[in-house]
Design a protein around this ligand. Structure first.
Ligand code: SAH
Ligand code: SF4
Length: 386
């Protein structure tokens, strides 16, 4: 190891130790039953051994839980009734409770999920208007430690990390809501077939739980999503980006939003720790990036703040040579926010410069505008009502 990678490793361990302090308690009911969701296969095998059951049951149970989506042991028809009853004595297969479900006129469906300790986080299903499928946008934390100025979640302090059961549980519960589990004829789900970690929180500040949840989602005998169908969005936790590339190799999205350190320091304060140059270098070495799997640079369009043609040219210069696309996101206003959305004309002009430089630059269509779509808003509203 060279000195640089030594330093990165130290920094990474520091982040992991510091963020683990926000972990939830292990998922267990007051009566001692354990949550099966979120356990690795090895942990399930060990838990089964504790109650005197052989290891081969793990595979069976795993299939029922993650492939068939059952939450009731009596539906595990390949398992004899007495064992079903014994499993139910020791385990549960839970789901977060849907405290609020809102479906927009454009079919976007937003959930506020409540976890066992009463904490809440948002999940959104965003259908793809062209293809007959869509993406589930999942939260990784309740609140966020970072305070990006344009982000509603950034106004909430971090309450805690979500556990692996809660992260994968959002996806399972969203699938329940659409009945998207394989039919007895073996047809596989299509609608909810992509995960984007773009909900509340910074996933790379909750790396262990996120990684565990994504490994479960990618397990071929369960949910079976390919790593190409998962995108992790980060505001730029550089030391953890390398780790994520090595371990998970999912698609990466970077919340860039500014092309100079002066501006980015202000609107994405994490930039003061990991400035643009380091961030772009980490993108260049991200192992899972290729022309087939480009890194997405997210760029929120803030009127008069970051949307000039000069900034578009600088953006193109910064990311030259990276297999990348640029996702332009019209700012989604929320009560009390200090910004306005760029005009359609300036968004188009910006997009054209990026496109002429050879990068695809889709403008994200605002979705679910009629249902409190800015991330974090639903949770705030729910807290107010209570
Ligand atoms: N914390 C991670 C992932 C969650 S935010 C991150 O920052 O990348 C997902 C994306 O939505 C980020 O690009 C974020 O900057 C953007 N975003 C947050 N608030 C927004 C708003 N009000 N309007 C438009 N985009 C917003
Ligand atoms: Fe946190 Fe992402 Fe919002 Fe920034 S944009 S405050 S990192 S959730």
């Amino acid at each position: 190891m060279n000195a640089l990678s030594d330093l990165t490793a130290i920094e990474r361990d520091r982040i992991l130790a510091k963020t683990a302090r926000f972990n939830p308690p292990p998922p267990m009911l007051p009566d001692g039953r354990r949550e099966l969701i979120g356990l690795t296969r090895e942990e399930i095998t060990a838990a089964l051994a504790d109650i005197g059951e052989p290891a081969f049951r793990t595979k069976q149970i795993w299939h029922w839980v993650y492939h068939q989506g059952v939450t009731d042991f009596t539906r595990m028809s390949s398992i004899a009734k007495p064992l079903q009853a014994k499993l139910a004595e020791h385990f549960i297969i839970g789901r977060p409770e849907a405290a609020v479900v809102q479906t927009s006129t454009d079919e976007t469906r937003k959930f506020l999920f409540r976890f066992r300790d009463g904490q809440e986080a948002e999940t959104v299903y965003i259908p793809d208007p062209v293809q007959d499928r869509g993406a589930v946008c999942i939260s990784s934390q309740v609140g966020c430690t970072l305070s990006c100025k344009f982000c509603h979640t950034g106004t909430q302090t971090l309450v805690r990390n979500l556990g692996a059961a809660e992260i994968v549980g959002q996806f399972m519960a969203a699938r329940d809501s659409y009945g998207e589990w394989p039919s007895p004829r073996g047809e596989t789900p299509r609608l909810l077939s992509t995960i984007v970690l773009m909900g509340m929180g910074e996933p790379l500040y909750n790396y262990d739980n996120v990684a565990r949840a994504m490994r479960i989602a990618m397990d071929g005998e369960g949910i079976g999503l390919s790593r190409r169908r998962i995108t992790l969005s980060t505001s730029g936790v550089v030391p953890m980006m390398d780790r994520c590339g090595q371990d998970l190799a999912v698609n990466l999205a970077i919340s860039l939003h500014a092309v100079t350190d002066d501006l980015r320091d202000d609107i994405v304060p994490l930039n003061r720790k990991y400035p643009i140059k380091e961030l772009i270098a980490a993108c260049r070495r991200y192992p899972a990036a290729s022309n087939a799997r480009r890194i997405t640079f997210e760029y929120v369009m803030l009127k008069g703040v970051n949307d000039s043609p000069a900034e578009a040219h600088e953006l193109v210069r910064l990311i030259a040579g990276i297999p990348a696309k640029v996702n332009l996101i019209p700012f989604n206003p929320w009560p009390g926010s200090a910004y306005e959305t760029s005009t359609p004309a300036s968004i188009d002009a910006f997009a054209k410069i990026v496109m002429d430089a050879g990068f695809s630059s889709p403008v994200r269509t605002p979705r679910g505008r009629d249902i409190l779509a800015a991330c974090g808003q639903l949770r705030t509203e729910s807290a107010k009502v209570r």
